[in-house]
Design a protein around this ligand. Structure first.
Ligand code: 5GP
Length: 187
């Protein structure tokens, strides 16, 4: 059995990565398994441990880094995020295409380690629309909203490191485009 594809999706906080992902991730033709990250961020009201993230303490996160258990990791607006390596390796060896939804520094680490990875960056139609989407989530303080917006502007400078850029003006259309891109790479 051939090894599954590694798919990296990035995009600024609030761009709608989760909404777009949910529209294509269960398409049986794509044969995707979603990699659940580890984070030191506190769960949002609708998030579940082991489903959205593995929510851990800083100490637990550092231990995973020291033991080399993370495929990549990065700090993002005061919290740490990382991809548990063993799970990704296991799924890929079973032929699954593994989807990582991670920020730009982590994506750079993946592109360096696995140049064959399929990388896609999702952009918002505009910064104003992005701000509207972050605010509608009603989960962050004004300070964090501003930090996330500044971060988004900086992240968009790095889109040239990705193989594809998809605009999320409409989540269904963005999801369809991403499905087509993935199908091209797995067939
Ligand atoms: P949020 O706090 O909004 O869930 O995520 C913040 C950012 O961290 C998002 O851009 C998300 O894609 C990214 N992220 C989530 N998991 C990981 C991970 O395992 N590694 C890295 N580098 N970034 C991640």
């Amino acid at each position: 059995m051939s090894k599954g594809l590694l798919i990296v999706i990035s995009g600024p906080s609030g761009v709608g990565k989760g909404t777009v992902r949910d529209l294509f991730v269960n398409d049986p033709e794509l044969n995707i398994a979603y990699s659940i990250s580890m984070t030191t961020r506190k769960p949002r009201a609708n998030e579940k441990d082991g489903v959205d993230y593995f929510f851990v303490s800083e100490q637990e996160f550092l231990k995973a880094v020291e033991k080399g258990e993370l495929l990549e990791y990065a700090k993002f607006v005061g919290n740490c995020y990382g991809t548990p390596k063993a799970y990704v390796d296991k799924l890929r060896s079973e032929g699954k295409n593994v989807l990582l939804e991670i920020e730009v520094q982590g994506a750079q680490q993946i592109v360096d380690k696995c140049p064959e990875a399929l990388s896609i960056f999702i952009i918002p139609p505009s910064i104003e629309e992005l701000e509207k989407r972050i605010r509608s989530r009603k989960s962050e303080s004004e300070e964090v909203i501003q930090e996330r917006l500044q971060k988004a502007i900086k992240e968009m400078d790095l889109i040239s490191q990705y193989k594809y850029v998809v605009c999320n003006e409409d989540a269904e259309l963005a999801s369809e485009l991403i499905s087509v891109i993935i199908k091209r790479h797995i067939n």
